[in-house]
Design a protein around this ligand. Structure first.
Ligand code: NDP
Length: 387
């Protein structure tokens, strides 16, 4: 029996890596639905190659072109929120959530409500709506599989362990392109420099998050929701080689680590084949050639985003959703040339001043918090806070 799969965000970095693995093992997977925001050519191409039955484009203006490209293929072209939810919840038993940002939250929730196995790359959804998401997954018996390489590593290290035997999680961070840069160099950093990650090839937003270390902050919150440990038992260590993807420390002092080449196809394959494994074309590690692995504590002065994320996790309430939305808005402004690199964390800190202690009770409330935080960042930029 082939596993039926859908990919939300198929045209992105994680989406295309997922597609690559699926196309290498057509005897194992049957594609149902594929989605994209506006890249109609890549979406149609993927749908035709995989014989998908549904292709959803978020940009309504592109629906006509999608229909044209899919004519005679048997694949339905669609747009709009309902179609996106249908792609997430209808049809496939396994769903890759690889839309970037909080825009992916409602589809992820729809897949979880429908009891699907959700491979979660879209960390922003879990950061914004953590408890709501894990509650719905528990109620519907959905399975949430971590795709982020660090969380996937921890998931692999935890296999067969009792939760009471775990003392600490250790998330590794490459340190990004500015690991050794001075504060002055970071203030002057351009979008091109910020997206040039030394080890991983990823979409623009997560690449900037890796440069500020906000990515590790989001991952801290993600780890808390996925593995149920408090902030005090989740640590971050800089590991520039990106060979160890994360570690688990147990009560007896043992540490287990997962190692591999920095290739997202490894964690994606683990989620695709789970509970089995499947072959990937990822490079094999040559430990003798690597020769050494380095570790260091993160610098809290040059990377304030990490502290902001930890404070948001510990504050709870609306803080994680505000943190995420403000960061999304600030990163978009940075990529668009409207603000400087150091302004990203400053804007997030200012937006967090408006966070409230009562947590959101519904996805509508999360989306309202998200909208207000984005508006606050927009207003701060218009008022000239970053000039
Ligand atoms: P990309 O920017 O490369 O791809 C994003 C995908 O989402 C594209 O298919 C894009 O479509 C689609 N999309 C964007 N906005 C919307 C929207 N508003 N509605 C519907 N679809 C949308 O991102 P990545 O693949 O890098 O990242 C995806 C997620 O995975 C993020 O949450 C990221 O944090 C996480 N992640 C990524 C890793 C990586 O290696 N890249 C590693 C670990 C986690 P289109 O192409 O048409 O714009």
């Amino acid at each position: 029996m082939r596993r039926t799969v859908s990919i939300l965000g198929v045209t992105g970095s994680v989406g295309s890596s997922t597609l690559d693995l699926i196309e290498r093992a057509p005897e194992r997977f049957e594609v149902v639905a594929l989605t994209a925001a506006s890249n109609v050519a890549a979406l149609a191409d993927a749908a035709l190659r995989t014989n998908a039955t549904l292709a959803v484009i978020a940009d309504e203006a592109k629906l006509g072109e999608l229909r044209e490209r899919l004519t005679g293929s048997g694949c339905t072209a669609a747009t709009g929120d309902e179609a996106l939810l249908e792609a997430a919840a209808g049809g496939a038993e396994w769903v890759m959530a690889a839309i970037v940002g909080c825009a992916g939250l409602r589809p992820v929730m729809a897949a979880l409500e429908a009891g699907r196995t959700v491979a979660l790359a879209n960390k922003e959804a879990l950061v914004s709506a953590g408890a709501l998401m894990t509650d719905v997954a528990a109620r519907s018996n959905a399975v949430l599989l971590p795709v982020d390489s660090e969380h996937n590593a921890i998931f692999q290290c935890l296999a067969g362990s009792r939760s009471e035997d775990v003392s600490r999680l250790l998330l590794t961070a490459s340190g990004g392109p500015f690991r050794t840069s001075s504060e002055a160099e970071m203030r002057a950093a351009t979008p091109a420099q910020a997206v040039a990650h030394p080890n991983w090839s990823m979409g623009a937003k997560i690449s900037v998050d890796s440069a500020t270390l906000m990515n590790k902050g989001l991952e801290l919150i993600e780890a808390h929701h996925l593995f149920g440990l408090p902030s005090s038992r989740i640590d971050i260590v800089i590991h520039p080689q990106s060979v160890i993807h994360s570690l688990v420390e147990f009560v007896d002092g043992s540490m287990l680590a997962q190692l591999g080449a920095p290739d997202m196809r490894v964690p994606i394959a683990y989620a695709l084949a789970w509970p089995e494994r499947m072959a990937t074309p990822a490079e094999r590690l040559d430990l003798a050639a690597i020769a050494r692995l380095d570790f260091a504590a993160p610098d809290p002065v040059r990377f304030p985003a990490l502290r902001l994320a930890r404070e948001a996790l510990e504050a709870g309430g609306t803080a994680p959703a505000v943190l995420n939305a403000a960061n999304e808005a600030a990163v978009a402004a940075f990529l668009g040339g409207a603000i400087g690199f150091a302004d990203i964390a400053e804007l997030v800190a200012k937006a967090l001043e408006n966070a409230e202690s009562a947590p959101p009770r519904s996805i509508d409330e999360v989306m309202a918090i998200d909208g207000s935080a984005r508006a606050r960042v927009g207003a701060l930029i218009s008022e000239g806070c970053c000039t």
